[in-house]
Ligand binder design. Structure first.
Ligand SMILES: *Cc1c(COP(=O)(O)O)cnc(C)c1O
Length: 375
């Protein structure tokens, strides 16, 4: 007899825990009827600013829109090279290409899986050789921990590059004394349901300390509005977060700090149970992770995934192909070597991870994994 199948990300337990708070929050929106830019949107932005330490928070329709708006605010366009990791979710490069700028692929560090500074320098030379103007870099806080922003910000300043931190997977994580949102001049995040802080639909936000940038982003979010809706001073988009989603996020944000601790406890336990049989994820010193994913690497990745599946245990591969090997992105320039990204795409496996994963389930996952690797 096989045991009960497990969830990869269990959103239901959180919903049960919140009880009638979410239905009540939704009912309040139904009662006041301000579905677009209602009071919950401003309240959420204020609370996210407090939580992150960023001066301005601009909520928006998705993590992808946040990236597009950030690049629009920075006036990225044709002829500009924007450096992105080859090992990330496609949206990071997609936003660049949508604006007519050129994504240039950079390799990642073999231990943290985060943007590699030496590879960034090499990619910059490739870009210049291709007649492009190096304009900006989008480091991605893959799987939940912040990139090496101290070093990246310093390099970017020296080279005149802007930095947009893609914190879609790391909202709530820390580097030194600061949280994501306050680690780069401009930060984007996503509230897609499966992210550490997710809503019940699409949502996202931008974070900055820069007053001018914040004004421009608020304009871009609503069709490039000026003094009012029918005064159009920029070419923008319809990029607003729904009031309903803001209301849901306010309830979830109230337990988010505790959920981050629960996620970390689960990650530490995975580490203890697995460190002798696979490569476990490493959090850089001075950082915390919010563990958007708990991602191991093993040369027997496909066999492990299959073995887990047979025992009702879901796993996922983020990401099965680096972006420079994707049909739509193969022609873009790249750093001379992307060997780490290529290897990781064949070896990574993400295990079930959510704040409510029980100890028994975790033991079951690790035992099943061992059975494949040490039969
Ligand atoms: C999820 C994600 C995005 C896109 O967010 P959406 O809200 O789904 O548009 C962008 N970058 C990274 C790294 C992501 O994980």
């Amino acid at each position: 007899m096989t045991a009960q199948p497990l969830e990869f990300i269990d959103l239901k337990t959180q919903q049960t825990r919140l009880g009638d708070r979410i239905p009540r929050a939704i009912q309040r929106v139904l009662d006041h009827g301000r579905y677009i830019m209602g009071p919950e949107v401003q309240e959420l932005e204020a609370q996210l600013a407090r939580f992150s330490g960023a001066r301005h928070v601009i909520s928006c329709a998705s993590g992808t829109d946040a990236l597009v708006m950030a690049l629009m605010a920075k006036e990225a366009g044709p002829g500009d090279a924007i450096f992105v990791p080859a090992f990330t979710f496609v949206a990071t490069a997609e936003a660049v290409a949508l604006l007519g700028a050129t994504p240039v692929f950079v390799d990642v560090d073999p231990h943290s899986y985060l943007l590699d500074l030496a590879s960034l320098k090499a990619a910059q030379q490739t870009a210049t050789r291709n007649g492009l103007t190096p304009k900006g870099v989008i480091p991605v806080d893959l799987f939940g921990q912040p990139c090496a922003y101290t070093e990246i910000n310093r390099f970017a300043r020296e080279q005149g590059l802007f930095v947009i931190a893609d914190a879609a997977q790391s909202f709530g994580a820390r580097l030194g004394g600061s949280r994501t949102g306050a680690l780069a001049e401009l930060t984007t995040t996503s509230f897609f349901p499966a992210k550490p802080l997710g809503c019940y639909g699409d949502g996202g936000a931008l974070f900055t300390d820069d007053d001018e940038l914040a004004d421009r982003l608020r304009s871009l979010r609503v069709h490039g509005k000026g003094k009012h809706k029918y005064d159009n001073v920029n070419i923008g988009l319809n990029g607003r977060l729904d009031t309903m989603q803001a209301a849901i996020l306010l309830e979830k944000l109230s337990i988010f700090a505790e959920e981050i601790m629960l996620r970390d406890r689960i990650a530490q336990q995975y580490g203890k149970l697995l460190e002798d049989c696979v490569e476990i994820p490493v959090v850089r010193s001075g950082c915390t992770s919010v563990w958007a994913q708990y991602t191991i690497t093993t040369a027997q990745r496909d066999a492990v995934a299959q073995g887990l599946k047979q025992q009702g245990i879901p796993s996922a591969v983020y990401y099965p192909s680096p972006l420079h090997r994707q049909t739509a992105y193969a022609a873009y320039p790249q750093a001379p070597k992307l060997t780490v990204s290529e290897r990781l795409s064949t070896q990574v496996l993400s295990l079930p991870m959510h704040p409510y994963l029980e100890e028994d389930a975790q033991h079951r996952i690790c035992a099943a994994l061992r059975q494949v690797l040490q039969p």
